[in-house]
Design a protein around this ligand. Structure first.
Ligand SMILES: [Fe+2]
Ligand SMILES: [Fe+2]
Length: 262
């Protein structure tokens, strides 16, 4: 079973790029399922909202994962209650709305998607490693994909090795820059970061001058989403649905221009 995993969608422009790219990506890879991180998909980037959740599902996503910006918008709380396949980090605990993992019944096979957030150089959350261990015994699906939304490469690689042989994929998000370490560890597909879906000529999706000024003058600024052609970054994992083991993983970075997709 081919599974597409796509990194953080940034703003309206990222949603548009996803809508253009995803149908062709699904076709090119023969993908059965698309998992998309939508934590930055609201118009101005931070968080997600009613419009962006709909846009990502309409683009062809089967599951939307999130991260540290999961609750930046008030309306997001209702969205988590409305959609079973919109998930937020499981290690946020039970005090927040929504669920941290979901299972999809695809007829002859089923897939579980788990969302976790890192704690190194991130805001406090429950221990993601212990949280994963609590969740795994509750899952019936053979195929299990984990979106580990974290800053530190060491924490992400630690999660990859920690869950190796126990899940089908551990795919990192949050840094918006794809890493070149896609690999299979004991039957578990792994990449430290899948990258983002948003403006290519930007700093993590934000207008370049804003971030340069931030570092130059230490001036806090409103983070406006950049414009221009977009990158759509992620991986395609081929998972044996009988064993749950990943047999191949391929990284992709597609460019979506204005009005055309190449
Ligand atoms: Fe993000
Ligand atoms: Fe994030």
């Amino acid at each position: 079973m081919k599974i597409l995993f796509i990194g953080d969608v940034v703003g309206d422009i990222g949603c548009e790029a996803l809508a253009k790219a995803l149908p062709k990506l699904k076709q090119d890879y023969g993908a059965r399922l698309a998992i998309v991180n939508g934590e930055n998909s609201a118009s101005s980037g931070n968080g997600l909202n009613v419009r962006s959740v709909k846009a990502i599902f309409d683009a062809g996503a089967d599951v939307i994962t999130t991260g540290n910006h999961a609750f930046k918008r008030d309306s997001a709380c209702e969205e988590y209650e409305q959609y079973d396949t919109l998930i937020r980090p499981a290690n946020f605990g039970n005090a927040v709305p929504g669920r941290g993992w979901c299972e999809l019944d695809l007829g002859s096979e089923s897939v579980a998607v788990v969302n976790l957030v890192g704690t190194a150089m991130m805001l406090p959350a429950d221990n993601p490693f212990r949280c994963a261990e609590e969740i795994l015994p509750k899952i019936n699906a053979k195929v299990i994909i984990v979106d580990f939304h974290a800053e530190a490469t060491a924490e992400k690689r630690a999660m990859g090795y920690f869950l190796a042989g126990r899940v089908s994929g551990v795919f990192g998000t949050h840094t918006h820059v794809p890493t070149a370490d896609e690999q299979i560890i004991d039957g578990t597909g792994y990449i430290t970061d899948a990258g983002m879906t948003g403006p290519a000529e930007s700093i993590l999706g934000v207008k370049r001058d804003i971030i340069i000024q931030k570092f130059l003058n230490y001036s806090p600024r409103y983070y406006a989403v950049a414009s221009g052609e977009c990158e759509v970054c992620g991986v395609c994992a081929d998972v044996d649905s009988k064993t749950g083991r990943c047999v191949s993983i391929e990284r992709f970075r597609r460019i979506v221009g204005f009005g055309n997709f190449n």
